[in-house]
Write a protein that binds this ligand. Structure first.
Ligand code: T1G
Length: 670
């Protein structure tokens, strides 16, 4: 097997090159090749300096995550980076693409770093529930200081090369297309410089105020996660201990996290997210349809958010409304959202103007005729959607993709109103559509493979995580949400309170519970609007105008800052319903709430998989992580059920009389 590492001599400079597509992950063969090359350079008297660079799209993007949990093959990365740093001949890292995790640690162990301006450096291990385990938490603060080291390790977001240069992490920004030549020239410039700068030998002053401020500032963001605190602790150790002792602490923390359930869950989601992009029965090289212009029907909250995704990706959008006032309001909201983003420094004013310049608001439905993709985003009425698709069928050009943003309705029924059902697909965005990453791509019985492949590819372009769902009421996410809501309401009748149920879900790691969520979305969503017809607690609230946060009253009362407080009026309404329905009120345990609200979701997920309405269990997990705020450190409902033990989940469901999916009972969920 040829090594992914090769060397090339440029006079007195030895260039060590990794070629391990797709992202030069630091797998065993790469590490062995690097070790041999460094030894070769150190041993060869004619070598006066070395350069490490990578072929392909990026410098090392980290340790090979697929090797985690398997027996370690020597050399281990910590030993390899220490060996690079110990070299008595200067080693220069030549960085392009993304130097991430172990890749960044290799660069930090090199004595100098040069980078292409477009490069990024980062330690994203925390996003895998880990920390930089090859000296990164000890070398980073020694070079860049405590503040930036905390940012990079505990948050995990990469930084651009220019910022890295300003922080001393990169010694020189070189030509975008002359990386190797510039790195060799740089190496020649420093080959004789002594002493050789070694990051591990540098001092870093303690900065307890920065640590305290950082921890406080991010407490909400880090809630429930184990890894951020461990990253912070390691950086603090770097200011207290010599390198040799600091890395021992780092190593122990790394192994503790690696053995933990959270990292297993987060690594599961790393691969699940990438797997979700693959459609089992559609070849990866399927010819895609060109999407150069998109049409959106409806300029309401969803239509506006959906349009922003395409405008931000540089794809022009024709947005159609029935009335000028609604059209102006919709376009106005899009501009306001962009200007708010620019005000936070996350967009330049010229980018706002470019996006708004690509928006074509119109009352003329026929203007959609030339669009490559049309997304219908009007309110949930099958009749209205059928009428719209009939009109689209009459005017749209051959090959145009006709999509519905319905959250529940039957895509096949909508498609059947056209003579081109193969061009019809569901694109279910989540509110706010310009923010939420999830996109459920609903595959109809007649949806053509190239339509699916095109929409999945487009999802990447608009920075969405797309998951294929089959036609079933509520698709994957909302279908699993329904049994949870039903049980939550039953538990209210039996003695639980909205606050108790929501507290259990928030403690579990959800951003909010079922009733807080109902108040955010609107208690009146889907309400029959007849105040005299009161069949359940939700009807009673809606009839009283308690429509949720927007009315400062729903299942909770809300202050002007939208802070919820338990509502005596709601307690009365619930009490009234219990009395009228003759419910037996009893003490409800938190455990029972988990068994009756989360286990049924898992059960529904298993049924969805049995019916083939989702490709794989990990897709269901991706839906809940990116669409409903399921805590990533629990890996999603299906992964969580497996880590809890299917037997325990089945026992809980049996205890409460649920009909258990056969695959869950047999433990054969795929
Ligand atoms: N190991 C193994 N496979 C990897 C990988 C990695 N580190 N990174 C990517 N892949 C695979 C990925 O699964 C996909 O495979 C293909 O490469 C393309 O990836 C000791 C312990 C680099 C920004 O966390 O963030 O170092 O689906 O689709 O959108 O301290 O990949 O094609 O079969 O994501 O262009 C730390 C993880 C590891 C970076 C490129 N490093 N990777 O994004 O492509 S832990 C990371 C990424 C560590 C040390 C510790 C992204 C990317 P497939 P892709 P992309």
């Amino acid at each position: 097997m040829t090594s992914p590492i090769r060397t090339e001599r440029h006079g007195e400079v030895l260039v060590i090159i990794s070629d391990n597509p797709p992202v030069n992950a630091l797998g065993a063969a790469v590490r062995q090749g690097l070790e041999a090359a460094i030894k070769e350079g150190v041993a060869d008297a004619s070598v006066e300096a070395m350069v490490i660079r990578c072929d392909g799209r990026t410098f090392f993007a980290g340790a090979d995550i697929t090797e985690f949990g398997k027996p370690m093959q020597e050399p281990a990365l910590p030993m390899l980076v220490d060996m690079i740093e110990a070299s008595d001949k200067p080693v220069v890292a030549a960085i392009h693409g993304t130097a991430l995790g172990g890749g960044c640690e290799v660069a930090l162990a090199c004595h100098y770093r040069v980078a292409a301006p477009s490069a990024k450096l980062g330690t994203p291990e925390v996003k895998l529930g880990l920390l930089p385990g090859a000296g990164g938490t000890q070398r980073l603060p020694r070079i860049a200081g405590v503040g930036l080291a905390l940012e990079m390790t505990a948050k995990g977001d990469p930084i651009p090369a220019r910022k890295a240069a300003d922080a001393g992490l990169v010694d020189k920004l070189v030509g975008e297309d002359s990386l190797e030549a510039d790195a060799i020239a740089f190496a020649r410039g420093i080959k004789a410089a002594r002493p050789i700068p070694r990051a591990s030998q540098r001092e870093v002053r303690p900065d307890p105020d920065a640590v305290a401020a950082f921890t406080k500032e991010n407490s909400r963001r880090f809630r429930g996660f184990d890894a951020p605190a461990a990253n912070i602790a390691c950086v603090v150790k770097a200011t207290e201990l010599p390198y040799a002792e600091g890395v021992q602490f780092e190593r122990a923390e790394f192994m503790r996290l690696m053995m933990g359930v959270q990292s297993a869950a987060q690594r599961h989601i790393f691969f699940a997210e990438r797997q979700a992009a693959k459609i089992d029965d559609v070849p990866a090289d399927t010819q895609l349809r060109p999407i150069r212009h998109v049409g959106v029907i409806g300029a309401g909250t969803m239509g506006g958010g959906i349009s922003m995704n395409f405008l931000s990706a540089g794809i022009p959008v024709t947005i159609v409304e029935m009335a000028q006032e609604a059209l102006d309001r919709g376009a106005g909201t899009i501009r306001k959202n962009y200007e708010a983003t620019a005000a936070k420094g996350r967009m330049k004013p010229e980018q706002v103007e470019a996006a708004m310049g690509a928006l074509i608001p119109t009352l003329d439905f026929d203007a959609l005729a030339e669009c490559d993709l049309i997304i219908e985003a009007v309110y949930e009425s099958m009749d209205v959607k059928k009428e719209i698709f009939t009109r689209l069928d009459a005017i749209c050009k051959p090959g145009a993709i006709l999509a519905s943003n319905t959250s529940y309705l039957d895509i096949d029924e909508i498609a059947a109103t056209t003579k081109r059902p193969e061009d019809v697909v569901g694109m279910h965005f989540f509110s706010p559509a310009n923010v939420m990453k999830l996109l459920e791509v609903v595959r109809g019985a007649r949806t053509a493979p190239d339509v699916l492949a095109t929409v999945m590819d487009l999802a990447k372009k608009i920075r969405k995580v797309a998951v294929v769902a089959g036609v079933t009421y509520g698709f994957i996410g909302n279908r699993m949400l329904m049994p949870r809501q039903v049980e939550a309401n039953k538990l209210l009748m039996e003695g639980a309170t909205p606050e108790q149920i929501d507290r259990v879900h928030v403690a579990f790691g959800m951003p909010m519970g079922p009733f807080q969520m109902s108040d955010l979305a609107g208690v009146d969503i889907g309400w029959h609007r007849d105040p005299s017809r009161i069949e359940n607690i939700r009807d009673a609230l809606a009839a009283e105008g308690r429509w949720g946060q927007k009315k400062q009253a729903g299942f909770y009362d809300y202050d002007e800052k939208r802070q919820p407080t338990p509502s005596p009026r709601v307690a009365e309404i619930i009490e009234d319903f219990r009395r009228k329905s003759g419910s037996t009120v009893r003490e409800i345990s938190d455990e029972e709430i988990v068994e009756r609200t989360l286990y049924p979701m898992v059960n529904e997920g298993a049924l969805i998989l049995e019916e083939g309405k989702a490709q794989r269990a990990s897709d269901v997990d991706v839906v809940w992580i990116y669409g409903y705020g399921w805590p990533v450190y629990r890996g999603g409902p299906m992964f969580w059920a497996k880590s809890e033990g299917y037997d325990k989940v089945v026992a809980g469901l049996d205890k409460h009389g649920f009909k258990v999916a056969q695959s869950l009972r047999d433990g054969t969920i795929r």
